[in-house]
Design a binder for this molecule. Structure first.
Ligand SMILES: *Cc1c(COP(=O)(O)O)cnc(C)c1O
Length: 368
C-alpha cells in the first residue's frame, strides 16, 4: 500500500501556498548582509510591530508555562467593545488564514461551488480546492471585483462566496454601498466570506459596514487580521466576526488553544496603540504616492491601490523578481495568480521605497 493510495485524493493535487521569501534565505543565497535585505513581499508593516504590542508580548512571555486562555476572553471582550458586537459573534484565530480554513472545514463538501474573483486572494482558492469544492471564477475587469458578475455566478450549488475588499494582490476597492447591496442580494443558502485584511488602510468611513446585516442573522463572516496595519504577522493573530450561530459552528472546528498567549496579549495591546496606527497610515499614504510616481516615471503600468501594496506590470516578472533579489530587494511575482507579467510590491518606508525604485530600472527586461 503506497501513501498515495492512502491519502484523500485532493491532497495529491493540492497546490502549495508560496510565501514571500524570508530575508535570511535571500541573504544566504545571494551572499548579502541580512541587514541590507529589504522585504517588500508580504504586505507587512515597514515600521515593525506596534511597540505597545511588543511590551505586552514580553510580559506574556514571562508566563509562558501557562496555557493560553482557550476562550480568548480579553481579546474578544476588547474587540466586542470596539466593534459594538457581542463576544459570541467573534472568533479569534491563528491569523485570519485560520478563519478561512475553518470556513472550509465547516461548510465545504466535495461538489459544492465556491464563487470568487479570478484574481482574488489565493488562500480562498487553496482552501476551497482542498475541500473538493468547484471553483467558479469570475472576471475582474480592471482588476477590481465585479459584484454583479459575482452575484450572477451564484447557483443552487454555491456554498461560499469570497470577497476581499480591498483585494490582494490587485489593490482596488469596491464602494461600501455596492458591497452592502451585494451582501443583501445573496440567497439564503450562501455564506459570504468578506475579508477585510486591508480595510484599516481605507479613508475613515469608506469601509463597508456589514454589522447591520450580521445583526439580522445573515450568513456573513467578516475576517480581519493583526498581520498588516498592527505589524504582528509573525505572531499569527486575526479574527472573524459574524452571527453568533455561525461563529459557534466555527468554534467547534478550531483547536482548543488556537491563539497563543503571546499573540493574544499583543493583539489586545495593539488595539490601543493609536499613535502607531496613525504613523503607519501616514507612512503608507506617502509611500503609495511615492511608488505611484516612481512607477509612472518608469512608464510601468500599475493598478491603482488603496492597500499597502501596488501591483505593476514588468513583462517577465519572475526574471525581474530574481534580479531584484540580487539587489537585496524581495518583492512578490504573481505567476501563481496567473499574472506572470506582474509584480506586487509592499509599501515600505520612504528609504525602502527609494531603494526599490532606484534598483528597479536595471532589473527590467531588455535593460541591464
Ligand atoms: C494577509 C492577508 C490575510 C491574512 O493574513 P493572516 O496573517 O493569516 O491574518 C488574509 N486575507 C488577505 C486578503 C490578506 O492579504
Amino acid at each position: 500500500m503506497t501513501l498515495e493510495q492512502l491519502v484523500k485524493p485532493g491532497v495529491l493535487t493540492q497546490p502549495v501556498y508560496e510565501p514571500g521569501r524570508p530575508i535570511a534565505d535571500v541573504a544566504r543565497a545571494h551572499g548579502l548582509d541580512p541587514e541590507q535585505v529589504i522585504k517588500l513581499a508580504s504586505n507587512e508593516n515597514p515600521l515593525g510591530p506596534s511597540p505597545r504590542a511588543v511590551a505586552a508580548a514580553a510580559r506574556a512571555l514571562a508566563e509562558g508555562q501557562l496555557y493560553p486562555d482557550g476562550n480568548t476572553f480579553a481579546l474578544r471582550d476588547k474587540l466586542a467593545a470596539r466593534l459594538h458586537l457581542d463576544p459570541a459573534q467573534i472568533l479569534p484565530a491563528n491569523g485570519s488564514s485560520e478563519v478561512l480554513q475553518l470556513l472550509g472545514e465547516v461548510f465545504l463538501r466535495p461538489g459544492d461551488e465556491a464563487v470568487l474573483g479570478r484574481y482574488a486572494f489565493i488562500l480562498f482558492r487553496l482552501v476551497a480546492q482542498f475541500h473538493g469544492a468547484r471553483l467558479v471564477e469570475v472576471d475582474m475587469p480592471g482588476f477590481a471585483h465585479d459584484l454583479d458578475a459575482l452575484r450572477a455566478a451564484v447557483t443552487p450549488k454555491t456554498k461560499l462566496v469570497y470577497l476581499a475588499n480591498p483585494n490582494n494582490p490587485t489593490g482596488p476597492h469596491n464602494a461600501a454601498a455596492e458591497v452592502v447591496a451585494f451582501a443583501r442580494s445573496l440567497p439564503d443558502h450562501v455564506v459570504l466570506c468578506y475579508d477585510e485584511a486591508y480595510a484599516d488602510f481605507l479613508e475613515p468611513g469608506a469601509a463597508a459596514d456589514l454589522r447591520p446585516l450580521i445583526a439580522e442573522g445573515r450568513k456573513i463572516l467578516c475576517c480581519r487580521t493583526f498581520s498588516k496595519i498592527y505589524g504582528l504577522a509573525g505572531l499569527r493573530v486575526g479574527y472573524g466576526y459574524g452571527p453568533a450561530a455561525l461563529v459557534e459552528l466555527l468554534h467547534r472546528a478550531r483547536q482548543p488553544f488556537n491563539v497563543n498567549a503571546i499573540a493574544q496579549a499583543a493583539a489586545v495591546a495593539a488595539l490601543d496603540d493609536h499613535e502607531f496606527l496613525a504613523r503607519t497610515l501616514a507612512v503608507n499614504a506617502a509611500g503609495l504616492r511615492q511608488l505611484a510616481a516612481g512607477l509612472d516615471a518608469l512608464g510601468l503600468e500599475r493598478v491603482p491601490s488603496v492597500g499597502n501594496f501596488v501591483m505593476f506590470r514588468v513583462g517577465d516578472s519572475r526574471a525581474v523578481f530574481e534580479k531584484l533579489l540580487a539587489h537585496g530587494i524581495i518583492v512578490r511575482p504573481l505567476g501563481n495568480y496567473a499574472l506572470p507579467e506582474y509584480l506586487r510590491v509592499t509599501v515600505g518606508t520612504a528609504e525602502q521605497n527609494t531603494r526599490f525604485l532606484a534598483a528597479l530600472p536595471a532589473c527590467l527586461p531588455g535593460r541591464r
